[in-house]
Design a protein around this ligand. Structure first.
Ligand code: 7TS
Length: 407
């Protein structure tokens, strides 16, 4: 097994200077970089095998179909789903959540029902449910976050998780706070009142082992681009009985079994949810990414990311006037913070001058920002190709920024 230092050469993009300094890429929660194995899988597909899927009987179409369906089987193994039919390809986390809202949600929710979310959801696990609530007359409730420490106030579930709750949707790892939520416990609590669960694994699937059977969730979603795969491809895992009972969403080619002028019959799952020519190359690239991550070992990746986050948190907490968000211990691989008297965008702009890529803003968590009483934070998010030396350099840069702004 390669060490994490050796794998840097698998990522050509990391070997460059930005503003005259070696690039330190700490914006992995937004999107990860891609290893050669993924870039080469895309290249090989387009050079050798490119054709449409599920329709030709010629050699190239057979190859493309096999590769596309092979990637689905790989995604099922990646999540320990019971069968490839439980994997629906989507454009990403956002589209997967919209698919569930517009199919399962529209079919199952009625006035008086409740959708339970948490106060730390990304807009993509909030806005589709607001739209669904408007459409169906269902109401939203929120499991609170405990302030700057950013834990879910699980004690409030007794009150919030009533039989009126038909869906409990929550994130596995918070993209702003770094909190790692107790998914198995939350799913079990939801099941006890008959609620369906949706886990947003956008920030977890590429960082730690995600086993849908062990977690006991009904739906789980993630994006390929955050786990070393290409943009434009993502996964909706759904329990087969649920997927089979759901109406389709988009209509078109591939999602039907037969079509008449006035009506059609639907294809079997998962094809019922995949209208039109899909992102074949994306699925193939994501297959290579999943192989790559599992060769490294997701448990090792998580241990590495967490150690960098722990180090960054500890070093940042020594800075004068720092405000840190999220749990003190047990966080995932990212740190959100503010330096007194310096706007988050200024931190990010000046860090960029030193070659350090951070993110500053509301991180698609506007309601959470309001709750924390801020408009934005700066965020450093780590992955397995980042090093402790980069964290040390990042802290030096933060000191430079404090000097620059006279803090
Ligand atoms: N859910 C969570 C928890 C996320 O962090 C993100 C993206 C999404 C959903 C949406 O994923 P998409 O691939 O469909 O866009 N989060 C971030 C971020 O933290 N910075 O940029 C994107």
């Amino acid at each position: 097994m390669p060490s994490f230092d050796q794998i840097r050469s698998d990522f050509p993009i990391l070997d460059q200077q930005v503003n005259g300094r070696p690039l330190i890429y700490f914006d992995n929660a937004a999107t990860s970089q891609k290893p050669l194995a993924v870039i080469e899988a895309l290249d090989a597909y387009y050079r050798r095998d490119n054709a449409n899927v599920h329709r030709g009987i010629h050699e190239l179409s057979n190859r493309a179909t096999q590769a596309y369906e092979g990637a689905r089987a790989r995604a099922a193994r990646f999540l320990n789903a019971r069968a490839p039919e439980e994997i629906v390809w989507t454009r990403g986390t956002t589209e997967a959540i919209n698919l569930v809202a517009n199919t399962w949600g529209v079919a199952n929710l009625k006035p008086g029902d409740r959708i339970l979310l948490t106060e730390m959801e990304h807009h993509s696990n909030l806005v589709p449910w607001q739209m669904l609530a408007q459409h169906t007359g269902a109401k939203l409730s929120f499991l609170p976050v405990t302030g700057d420490e950013g834990l879910l106030d699980v004690g409030q579930l007794d009150e919030l998780l009533t039989p009126a709750v038909k869906l409990f949707a929550f994130t596995h790892v918070s993209n702003t706070l770094g909190t790692v939520n107790p998914v198995a416990e939350l799913c079990q609590r939801a099941r006890a009142v008959g609620a369906v669960t949706l886990v947003d694994a956008a920030q977890s699937a590429g960082h730690l082992t995600v086993d849908v059977q062990a977690l006991g969730c009904d739906f789980l979603v993630f994006s390929g681009h955050k786990i070393c795969g290409p943009t434009g491809i993502g996964v909706l895992y759904g329990r087969r009985e649920l997927l089979e009972a759901m109406p389709p969403w988009q209509g078109g080619g591939d999602m039907i079994s037969s079509v008449d002028y006035y009506e059609s019959r639907w294809n079997t799952v998962p094809h019922k949810f995949e209208a039109g020519t899909p992102d074949i190359a994306g699925a193939i690239g994501l297959h290579a990414a999943m192989d790559y991550l599992d060769r490294l070992g997701r448990d090792r990746i998580f241990a590495h990311d967490r150690e960098l986050a722990r180090l960054a948190y500890e070093e940042l907490s020594r800075l004068k006037g720092i405000r840190l968000f999220g749990p003190k211990t047990g966080r995932g691989g990212l740190v959100s913070f503010l330096l007194e008297d310096v706007h988050a965008h200024d931190i990010v702009t000046v860090a960029d001058q030193f070659g350090v890529a951070l993110r500053g803003g509301h991180h698609c968590n506007q309601p959470l920002m309001k709750k924390l009483g801020v408009v934005s934070t700066a965020r450093a998010s780590f992955y397995f190709y980042n090093t402790a030396a980069e964290v040390t350099r990042f802290i030096e840069v933060m000191r430079e920024i404090q000097k620059f702004f006279g803090v």
